[in-house]
Design a protein around this ligand. Structure first.
Ligand code: CTP
Ligand code: MG
Length: 230
């Protein structure tokens, strides 16, 4: 099977609250999106990479990577899952249903190639696919509507979901098409497959694969990247 990459980069960064979408904020002299794309382009054996860009985005065409022949862009959609689906549709004539698709957030520039290799290796024989994640580290409480603590959850069974999330093209496309047809906005690829009764596999990743979501995350990402490079 071939390997394809889809990068959702069409969000507007509401929680970041910056003057531009967070994928264009500067991180050690480059945009977040450039860091992310360079890490993905460094992977061996990738057949193609599609990045989903907001239709009104005028910052993407100004990046040198927009001219890179290894990258193609597609319009993003209303929700993250719509952006990913647009990327999958773009691959339709070329991708075989058993090919692998790695979906990786533009907002996760600290992912290491080594961790992605671990994911690919762990899923090599898997019929569906799986995701990177890490076990939760805090004690988790379930509340009632008045902030009363009702229960302490069993932490051993709870993990944070990260990206890349890697699935067989045919199943992922089917799952996201069905989610879109039923107007279910799923926040990751795995949940779309779970809704069809599939059981994607969790693969332990790395805690430094953070998603830049809020202002404080940018400084943290800068620290992680400089430590990785140093
Ligand atoms: N994304 C996308 N299309 C959307 C929404 C999000 O491609 N319609 C992308 C974002 O660009 C980001 C990734 O999905 O790389 C993860 O989404 P998130 O962290 O939620 O980013 P934003 O939606 O931009 O941020 P916010 O939710 O705070 O507005
Ligand atoms: Mg969002």
């Amino acid at each position: 099977p071939k390997f394809w990459v889809v990068v959702p980069a069409a969000g507007i960064g509401t929680r970041m609250g910056a003057d531009k979408p967070k994928q264009y904020l500067s991180l050690l002299g480059q945009t977040v999106l450039e860091h992310t794309l360079q890490r993905l382009l460094s992977l061996a054996g990738i057949e193609g990479l599609v990045v989903a860009i907001h239709p009104f985005d005028d910052l993407w065409p100004a990046l040198p990577l927009a001219q890179d022949p290894r990258i193609e862009s597609v319009d993003g959609g209303h929700e993250r899952c719509d952006s990913v689906l647009n990327g999958l549709r773009q691959l339709a004539p070329r991708a075989h249903k058993l090919d692998w698709v790695l979906v990786h957030d533009a907002a996760r520039p600290c992912v290491r190639a080594e961790t992605i290799h671990t994911l690919c290796e762990a899923l090599r024989e898997h019929l569906v696919g799986g995701i990177l994640g890490v076990p939760v580290s805090d004690t988790l409480k379930r509340l009632d509507e008045h902030y009363g603590i009702q229960a302490t959850l069993d932490r051993r069974a709870l993990w944070y979901a990260q990206t890349p999330q890697m699935f067989r093209y045919g199943l992922l496309r089917q799952a996201l098409e069905e989610a879109a047809a039923n107007k279910r906005a799923v926040t990751d690829e795995a949940s779309a497959l779970e809704a069809l009764g599939y059981c994607p596999r969790m693969v332990e990743g790395s805690r430094d694969n953070i998603k830049i979501t809020r202002p404080e995350d940018l400084a943290l990402a800068a620290m992680i990247l400089s430590r990785q490079q140093g």
